[in-house]
Design a binder for this molecule. Structure first.
Ligand code: FDA
Length: 296
């Protein structure tokens, strides 16, 4: 890591929010649901799907969890009302999972049930490792009840992931595969970037072998090329997988994916709780600050 990047990563938590917002704008649709819906409309016009995320995580009160549950249901209802090609992503701790597992589960179940009624889909994001097992179990249970209306995420940096794929494979899985963004201990997570990439490839092929629907979530060009090669080898139709990327990241790669006739879904976060999300993105990629300051 360069000195500049190390300084950004270590100090970003102390930077005032109005300064962070200058660099964070391109990652977030805006403060309101309307912002996310308008952006999705423009994506849809260009053949791009979205997954809408109400920003907020690790809630401290039951009322907050209930608030986010209602917001998520509103997102699903507005997607339907506006005839958009979009679904919903949510985080277990946003639904109160860390306060009370059962409360978190019931909130998420209610949202997935609404998605089922509206013929839409909910992706349960994967947070840090204390929640991995419970998230996988919750997904398994909801999958049994609501079929293809729910999916989850697996992280290639976790040593357990290849076994989780095996564990989930008795059912048709719907998995977003990503590298993983949280800081995890070496005992449970690979730290070497090359090994993470190799494990991503290994897990992706296992998922294809097991006929999973995969959201290939990466901005890593080489991984995108690898995935495209595998898609050909496995003779997949374009509706049997999708590429996924974050709002504001990798614009040229997005265009390449679309030009190559693959489907692309963009993660569209919105809401007032944008600060934690923005800081995580900036910590992960301090070069963005260089780009914004024209230092790159
Ligand atoms: P890598 O980090 O190697 O980046 C490849 C290139 O992309 C870099 O060279 C850089 O230029 C660019 N890039 C990557 N990230 C960037 C950023 N934030 N800003 C600017 N440029 C960036 N993680 C998790 O733990 N749980 C989850 O549920 C999800 N969900 C999720 C959904 C979607 C749609 C995506 C795309 C990603 C996630 N992630 C996630 C995050 C994921 O785990 C990972 O941290 C990032 O995608 C970065 O990894 P890449 O594979 O993109 O490669």
């Amino acid at each position: 890591m360069s000195v500049f990047n190390a300084i950004v990563s270590n100090t970003i938590d102390y930077v005032p929010s109005n300064i962070v917002s200058i660099f964070a704008k391109k990652y977030i649709a805006g403060a309101s649901l309307e912002d996310a819906l308008n952006l999705t409309k423009s994506f849809n016009q260009n053949g791009v799907m979205s997954t809408i995320d109400v920003l907020g995580e690790d809630v401290k009160k039951i009322e907050e969890a209930n608030f986010y549950k209602n917001e998520c249901i509103k997102v699903l209802e507005e997607i339907k009302a506006n005839h958009l090609d979009a679904n919903l992503s949510l985080k277990p701790t946003q639904m109160g999972f860390a306060l009370n597992k059962n409360l978190g589960f019931q909130n998420i179940r209610e949202i997935v049930k609404r998605a089922y009624e509206l013929n839409n889909f909910v992706r349960i994001d994967m947070e840090n490792s204390p929640y991995t097992t419970d998230t996988i179990e919750m997904y398994k249970q909801l999958r049994k009840e609501f079929g293809q209306h729910v999916g989850t995420v697996l992280q290639a940096y976790l040593r357990r992931t290849i076994n989780d794929i095996d564990y989930l494979s008795d059912d048709k899985m719907n998995i977003r595969l990503c590298k993983g963004i949280y800081i995890e201990p070496e005992k449970i997570a690979y730290k070497n970037r090359e090994i993470i990439v190799e494990n991503y490839k290994y897990c992706l092929e296992e998922l294809f072998k097991k006929k999973a629907y995969v959201g290939i979530a990466t901005h890593d060009e080489k991984l995108v090329f690898y995935a495209m090669k595998l898609i050909k080898e496995y003779n997949l139709n374009t509706n049997e997988y999708e590429f996924q990327m974050l709002l504001g990241v990798g614009e040229n790669l997005k265009q390449f994916i679309l030009d190559s006739k693959h489907r692309l879904r963009i993660y569209v976060p919105f809401g007032k709780q944008w600060l934690a999300y923005a800081k995580r993105r900036l910590k992960e990629n301090p070069n963005l600050i260089k780009t914004a300051l024209n230092l790159a």
